[in-house]
Write a protein that binds this ligand. Structure first.
Ligand SMILES: *[C@@H]1O[C@H](CO)[C@@H](O)[C@H](O)[C@H]1NC(C)=O
Length: 517
């Protein structure tokens, strides 16, 4: 927005007031009396003052919203700005400028992210990429000279306008005034592209005045236009899906760990774990301190039961970034699976220390305590999880089941009712509470809940199986038989169901014999 304000001022001065930069400088230097404010200039000064106060209020609002001080960027965001030597910084900033200029000229390499090793630093003058700097400054200085010293005042004005539109909106992104959080960002060259278009069309008009073969020139320009339109359409289609956007970056920035990380994350979200692992590994290889990639990779390996490597990755991640709560929790889960309970407990508590509201971590802590038969602690941890996240159905269910298994039926029932009050449509909670009610011989209510749970989730063998047990106990043998059969059809291996079913059949046969006797 500030750039637009600046552009307005430039446009006003150059186009509306036909101001001449060189004359102005000369007059300022010689303290020329003719600089005295004419009525027309007064209007310009007024408008510029208006623009500046507008800009200042925008800055103030931004400051009110975002607070003081720039955000903290890390070395991977903008490696050049962290280089020790001024020389390296200057060379690399200039190299970034020339890349920006190249992207304006030929938008072939487009990438959603240019950080994390995408552009290796230039560390010595023997790097061939130095040529890009020379080319950039050769063109820029040539244009600036023409803009200042050309005989033709029309030409001077157009070139100054073009250069102003090209350079001024880019200045905030130039690292000259403050460190920015990116290496190259395509969004910062949207506005400069106006200046580029002005310069381009002006160059074209000059050429077509001189050239004899105007047709060839026109065809060439039309060709460029066509290619760029196609490029634009292609790029727009890549932005339509995350997968395509991330994948398109692989060829542009193969050294960028974040690209591999995002491709991997996208694959993992779609359930393709083995492909995701490949990309995460590459991300960690490219950036050995990439804790988020380590955490995600460790998480997948944990789910595939490759616990050893998962533990190594997660320990490394929390070593690099000790306040990384999610990695601490995942490390705890792995240590729990490795049956190293004390370490797991420590890891969970460390995670909670770094992230106060961490319901999932309390949930896992509760599971650990339940494994260790520390029932009160387990219940407290799950209670904490549900306080932080009332719809944490797994924590509620575990509380009900633990209370049920330890014979606290009344408490289990109370917790179940409390949970269903909060998440009335959760069929697993209906199921857990129905089991408790059945054991307390509240058959009618239990049956209603079982039926409601089955209606919400008709294909769970255990729901039918436990309802059958309820009917069996209640003495409703025909309905029991029916639901045992449904359950066995859904899952023939369900533990216990087959035995119960056979018991029931024998009982029914005996009844029939008695009846016929
Ligand atoms: C539950 O939360 C309370 C308060 O935040 C805390 O003091 C307690 O240690 C937690 N207990 C468990 C087992 O998570």
């Amino acid at each position: 927005v500030l750039c637009v304000v600046g552009l307005n001022a430039v446009f006003d001065a150059l186009v509306i007031n036909k101001l001449n930069v060189l004359e102005l400088i000369q007059k300022l230097l010689h303290k020329d009396k003719s600089l005295e404010v004419s009525p027309q200039r007064k209007g310009l000064l007024f408008r510029i003052t208006l623009l500046m106060s507008g800009g200042a209020s925008i800055l103030y609002i931004r400051w009110r919203i975002m607070g003081t001080g720039p955000p903290a960027f890390t070395e991977v965001d903008n490696p050049a700005s962290f280089a020790d030597s001024l020389f390296v910084r200057a060379i690399n900033y200039n190299y970034y400028y020339s890349l920006n200029a190249w992207l304006l000229l030929c938008p072939w390499w487009l990438c959603f992210d240019w950080s994390m090793g995408c552009i290796p630093l230039i560390k010595s003058v023997s790097d061939w990429r130095i040529i890009a700097l020379a080319a950039l400054w050769f063109c820029l200085i040539g244009l600036i000279c023409q803009a200042l010293c050309s005989e033709d005042s029309h030409k001077r004005r157009i070139l100054t306008l073009g250069l102003g539109f090209l350079i001024i909106p880019f200045l905030p992104a130039s690292n000259l005034f403050f460190r920015v959080g990116f290496v190259i960002a395509e969004r910062v060259i949207y506005l400069p592209s106006i200046g580029y278009c002005i310069l381009f069309t002006y160059g074209f008009s000059l050429l077509s005045k001189q050239a004899k073969k105007k047709k060839i020139l026109a065809v060439a320009v039309l060709g460029i236009l066509l290619i760029n339109v196609m490029r634009c359409a292609l790029r727009s289609s890549q932005w339509r899906s995350e997968e395509q956007l991330f994948r398109s970056a692989l060829s542009v920035c193969p050294l960028n760990a974040k690209v591999h990380y995002n491709v991997g994350k996208n694959l993992a979200d779609k359930g393709n774990q083995s492909a995701a692992i490949k990309y995460y590994r590459e991300a960690v290889r490219l950036n050995p301190k990439y804790v988020h990639a380590m955490n995600n990779l460790g998480n997948i390996l944990k789910e595939r039961n490759e616990l050893q490597e998962a533990e190594e990755l997660l320990s490394l991640a929390v070593q690099i970034q000790p306040d990384f709560a999610a990695a601490w929790m995942n490390l705890g889960i792995v240590q729990n699976s490795l049956r190293r309970f004390e370490e797991a407990e420590q890891s969970y508590w460390t995670a909670i220390k770094h992230r106060k509201k961490y319901p999932d971590c309390y949930y896992n802590l509760g599971r650990l305590y339940a494994d260790l038969n520390r029932h009160v602690d387990a219940l407290n941890a799950w209670r904490n999880a549900t306080v932080l996240k009332p719809e944490h159905s797994l924590a509620w269910n575990n509380m009900i089941i633990l209370l049920d298994n330890t014979g606290n039926l009344a408490q289990a029932e109370a917790v179940g009712r409390e949970a269903l009050e909060l998440i009335p449509n959760d069929h697993s909670l209906m199921f857990s509470l129905a089991n408790v009610l059945g054991k307390s011989q509240k058959y009618k209510e239990s049956e209603a809940l079982f039926l409601k749970a089955i209606k919400a989730n008709p294909n769970a063998a255990s729901y039918h199986g436990n309802l059958a047990v309820l009917y069996h106990r209640w003495g409703n043998l025909d309905l029991a038989k029916k639901h045992y059969e449904v359950s066995l059809k859904l899952d023939p291996m369900a533990p216990g169901t087959k035995e119960n079913y056979n018991l029931l059949r024998r009982k029914l046969e005996q009844l029939q014999k008695k009846g016929s006797a």
